[in-house]
Every structure is written in C-alpha cells, then in structure tokens.
Design a protein around this ligand. Structure first.
Ligand SMILES: Nc1ncnc2c1ncn2[C@@H]1O[C@H](COP(=O)(O)OP(=O)(O)OP(=O)(O)O)[C@@H](O)[C@H]1O
Ligand SMILES: [Mg+2]
Length: 135
C-alpha cells in the first residue's frame, strides 16, 4: 500500500503524528529512506532515543511489545533546513513557496501575513511569477 497516495486526517490529539512516526520508523527499519516535510517540527524527535514514561510503560506491557522486539531507539535523520541554520541549507524560489511557510521564515506579523497571502493569491490568479520581494 505504500506506493499509493494517502491522507491522515483527524481532530487534534487523535494520533496523526504518532501514526506518521510509526510509518516512518517501520520504513526505516526496512531500509527504505523517507522524505518528510515537517512544518511543525514534531516528527524531528525521531533523531533522538525515546525514554520510558508512565504512558509508554503501560502500552509496552499492554500490547506485549517487549517480546515483539520493541526497544527505544534513535533513527538516522538528515535535516534540510529552509532557515539555513541547523541543517543542509535548501534553496527554493519564492514562487515555489507557500505563503504560510514564507511568513514563518520571515517572522511576519498577522497583518504582514495577510498582505503576503494577497500577493500570492493575485500572482496565482494572474499566472504571475513571484521573483523577489523588492518594494
Ligand atoms: N496508536 C496509539 N495508541 C495509543 N496512544 C496513542 C496512539 N496514537 C497517539 N496516541 C496518544 O495520543 C497523543 C496525541 O497523538 P498525536 O500527537 O499523534 O496527535 P495529533 O493528531 O498529531 O495531534 P495534533 O493535531 O495536535 O498534532 C500522543 O501523545 C499519544 O500519547
Ligand atoms: Mg500532530
């Protein structure tokens, strides 16, 4: 099923991120590399070894995971960083970017984000390329 398109949707706290992490860890265990666009940064914890908590202890016991080979482990991760600070710097053109991400990178205020959204919307509607942000 892994070569199909999929969508994981659900309300906050229903397990979307954990589901993704489980998929990624399973692929990694099989030697399959995974590219993840991690906007929120909450999957990056894969790089660090987990530790036992009350919650994980209960689940490991409940589902007999220890006998199935479960262990806390770190996964091999290489970071690409649009901010160019903590990983391989990534270069993209402005037009290829999404206004939400660009707003985050530029640390824009809500009002400025609104303006940027309009700029992208107009460019989309008029089939214009956004080359740079010169005023
Ligand atoms: N399969 C599971 N079995 C048991 N507990 C789970 C499972 N999946 C998630 N949880 C628990 O639910 C919590 C919330 O899960 P998760 O962070 O994946 O939700 P989310 O849908 O990504 O939420 P958000 O929309 O806020 O990002 C986790 O911290 C975990 O404790
Ligand atoms: Mg989540």
């Amino acid at each position: 099923m892994a070569n199909r398109h999929g969508l994981i949707a659900g309300a906050t706290g229903t397990g979307k991120t954990i589901t993704l992490k489980t998929l990624v860890e399973s692929f990694s265990d099989m030697g399959v590399p995974v590219f993840l666009a991690d906007m929120k940064g909450d999957i990056s914890g894969l790089a660090k070894i987990g530790c036992e908590t009350d919650k994980t202890k209960i689940n490991v016991e409940k589902y007999g995971l220890a006998s199935k080979g479960f262990r806390y482990q770190a996964y091999p991760v290489e970071f690409w960083d649009l901010f160019g600070l903590k990983g391989l710097p990534v270069r993209v053109t402005l037009s290829e970017m999404d206004p939400t991400l660009l707003s985050k990178i530029l640390n824009l205020s809500e009002a400025q984000q609104g303006v940027l959204n309009i700029v992208f919307r107009v460019a989309d509607d008029e089939s214009l390329l956004i080359i740079d942000l010169k005023i």
